[in-house]
Design a protein around this ligand. Structure first.
Ligand code: SAM
Length: 284
């Protein structure tokens, strides 16, 4: 099987293929972020990096059996203020995926994006790719709430009905960093809407059965990966974020903490993707 992975990030697609037990002999990755590429090459040195999606020379590629990718969601996600939908600066890269999809004519494809996009954008993707999306929340496969749409022609098995793993099960009992006084002050400060930042949707509460969705948007001065655990206010560790994404622990060790958090927030939930890939069958 030959695979082309667009917007490959840190190559969660490759981890998922291995977890699903789907061997491949070539994995072509299109990615432009140096740190993400370095994590991929640290873990999968045989990856063939083909660079920017805008300049891939498709003529040079062999027959592709599996095309996968999730294009940037900044303009689609309600958790992001960028707006603009599929026509937005970053999210319009979906159309480049679609262009490659048409030219490559893969045997199988998988396209992923946020489930919080507008119906209008979802319907455009559906009409371009020709299949209806499946909405999956990764809480069925891990300790994290992460709702995503997946468009694929891979035959699908029923989704599990429940996943036992709870948020608290994956938390470390030590080795984490407490929020600084400055960060706590920031969190206590009310926004213009009069609400406390502790009520924001991306704050993780250790007493909830599942964590909130990990996000990639780490902004300077804004406390990241905030977790409330009883009377403790702390950050999630990189290992905890890897566990929430069911990424092997230590996978992002070759980059600094900020880059690791960002990549993990951007990445795929491996157990979810492994399930979606599990009925791939290439013969001959
Ligand atoms: C939502 S993330 C995908 C993460 C990926 N699924 C993973 O497993 O880590 C989108 C990725 O698209 C990459 N990207 C943005 N513009 C690109 C371009 N012109 N060509 C290739 N990759 C690009 C970003 O650097 C980012 O890693």
């Amino acid at each position: 099987m030959k695979v082309l992975s667009l917007f490959d990030g840190m190559s969660c697609g490759q981890i998922a293929l291995n977890r699903a037990g789907k061997p491949y002999d070539k994995y072509f990755a299109s990615e432009i972020d140096d740190k993400a590429i370095s994590v991929t090459m640290d873990n999968f040195p045989a990856t063939v990096q083909v660079g920017d999606i805008m300049t891939i020379d498709l003529e040079k590629l062999p027959k592709i059996h599996l095309l996968m990718g999730g294009s940037p969601c900044q303009n689609l996600s309600i958790g992001n203020n960028a707006g603009g939908g599929l026509e937005g600066e970053k999210s319009k890269l979906f159309y480049i995926y679609a262009d490659v999809f048409r030219k490559v004519q893969p045997v199988y494809f998988l396209y992923e994006n946020v489930a919080s996009m507008k119906d209008k954008d979802r319907d455009i993707i559906t009409s371009v790719l020709g299949v209806n999306p499946i909405e999956v929340c990764s809480s069925l496969f891990s300790a994290q709430t992460r709702k995503r749409y997946y468009w694929t022609n891979i035959p699908q098995s029923p989704l599990p009905v429940h996943c036992e793993v709870k948020f608290r099960d994956i938390l470390q009992t030590d080795g984490y960093t407490l929020l600084s006084d400055k960060a706590i002050q920031y969190m206590n400060r009310k926004t213009k809407n009069g609400v406390s930042r502790w009520s924001f949707g991306y704050i993780h509460n250790a007493d909830k059965p599942k964590s909130q969705t990990l996000i990639a948007n780490i902004r300077k001065g804004v406390p990241y990966n905030v977790c409330i655990d009883g009377d403790k206010f702390r950050h999630l560790t990189v290992a905890e974020c890897e566990r929430l994404q069911t990424v092997p622990e230590g996978y992002t060790k070759s980059v600094n903490k900020t880059a690791a958090y960002e990549m993990l927030g951007n990445g795929w939930n491996i157990n979810t993707i492994a399930h979606l890939l599990s009925n791939i069958s290439i013969t001959g």
